[in-house]
Write a protein that binds this ligand. Structure first.
Ligand code: G
Ligand code: G
Ligand code: MN
Ligand code: NA
Length: 254
C-alpha cells in the first residue's frame, strides 16, 4: 500500500528516469540503437521495474507511466538527433494494458510533440499483449506500421503460440528471451531453441535480437548462427544518456 501510494506520486515528483542499454550489430559491431528502461528512485532506493510495473498495471497507473516513458524516450531521441548523436533507433517497452487502451494515441502525441520520427521508434510488445484481442491487435499494428514505427516481440519464446502471431501480425523483430541465451553455448536445449528461433526468423525476414548476452562465447555462438543484434552485460549495462553518448561516439555510428 505504501509503495502504491509512492507510485501515485512518483510522476508528479519526477522520481522516474530512463536508462538506455545499447544494442550491438553482430555483423559489424556498431550500435544499432538502444532500449529505454524505466528506473524509479523511491525513498532513496532504486525499485526494480519487475516489481513496480506489475503493481502499476494492477492499480491502473500503467497508462500514465507508459505515457511518460514514451514522451521521455522520444524527447531524448529528438535531442540526440538535434545534437548530431547518431542513434538509429530507440526501443520502448509497452505493457499489455497500455497496448490495449491507449497506445496509438500516446505514440501519435509523443511523436508530434517531440518531433521524433516514427521510423526511429521501436515498440517492444509481449506475446501476452498481442493475445488480448487479435482483431484489435491487428488494427493497432497496421496503424503503427503506417506511421513507420517498428514492432519487436519481446521475451520471445516464453509466451503462447508464438508462431501463429508471426504469421498473422506485421512484426519486424524478435527478441530472444534471455532464458534461452543463458545456457549457450553448452546447454543442448538452449542451443536447439535458439537455433530454431534464428532459423524461423531468417525465413520470415525478421531481425533477431538476443537479450541477456553476458559472455564472449554466447556472442560467438549467436554470430555463427546468424543472429543480427545482441544486447546484454557483455556489451554494456543500461546507461545514463551521457554515458550512452560516449559509447555511441566511440562506436562510430553514422
Ligand atoms: O529494466 P530491467 O532493467 O530491470 O527491467 C525489468 C523488466 O521491466 C523487463 O521485463 C522490462 O521489459 C520491464 N520494463 C523496463 N522498463 C519498462 C518500461 O518503461 N515499461 C514497461 N512496461 N516495462 C518496462
Ligand atoms: O524483458 P526485457 O527485455 O524488456 O528486459 C530487459 C531487462 O533485462 C532489464 O531488466 C535489463 O536491465 C536486463 N538485462 C539486460 N542485459 C542483461 C544481461 O546481460 N543479463 C541479465 N541478467 N539481465 C540483463
Ligand atoms: Mn524489452
Ligand atoms: Na525480455
Amino acid at each position: 500500500l505504501r509503495v502504491e501510494h509512492g507510485l501515485r506520486q512518483a510522476l508528479e515528483h519526477q522520481e522516474f528516469f530512463l536508462a538506455y542499454q545499447p544494442l550491438y550489430s553482430l555483423i559489424d559491431g556498431r550500435v544499432t540503437g538502444c532500449e529505454a528502461l524505466i528506473r524509479w528512485k523511491h525513498e532513496g532506493k532504486l525499485m526494480p521495474p519487475a516489481e513496480f510495473i506489475p503493481l502499476a498495471e494492477e492499480v491502473g497507473l500503467i497508462n500514465g507511466i507508459g505515457d511518460w516513458v514514451l514522451h521521455e524516450a522520444c524527447r531524448q531521441g529528438a535531442y540526440w538527433r538535434e545534437a548530431g548523436v547518431g542513434i538509429p533507433c530507440i526501443a520502448v517497452n509497452v505493457s499489455g494494458a497500455q497496448f490495449k487502451e491507449s497506445l496509438l494515441a500516446t505514440v501519435t502525441r509523443a511523436l508530434e510533440k517531440t518531433g521524433f520520427p516514427g521510423e526511429n521508434l521501436v515498440l517492444e510488445l509481449t506475446e501476452t499483449a498481442l493475445m488480448l484481442d487479435t482483431t484489435k491487435t491487428e488494427r493497432i499494428l497496421l496503424t503503427l506500421q503506417k506511421m513507420g514505427v517498428r514492432v519487436a516481440l519481446d521475451d520471445f519464446g516464453t509466451g503462447y503460440s508464438s508462431l501463429a502471431y508471426l504469421k498473422r501480425f506485421p512484426i519486424d523483430k524478435l527478441k530472444i528471451d534471455r532464458a534461452f541465451i543463458d545456457g549457450l553455448p553448452h546447454d543442448s536445449d538452449d542451443k536447439a531453441i535458439t537455433a530454431s528461433i534464428l532459423d524461423v526468423s531468417r525465413h520470415l525476414g525478421l531481425e533477431t535480437v538476443a537479450e541477456g548476452v553476458e559472455t564472449q562465447e554466447q556472442a560467438a555462438y549467436l554470430t555463427a548462427h546468424g543472429c543480427d543484434v545482441a544486447q546484454g552485460y557483455f556489451y554494456s549495462y543500461p546507461l545514463s544518456p551521457d554515458e550512452l553518448e560516449t559509447v555511441i561516439s566511440k562506436s562510430n555510428v553514422i
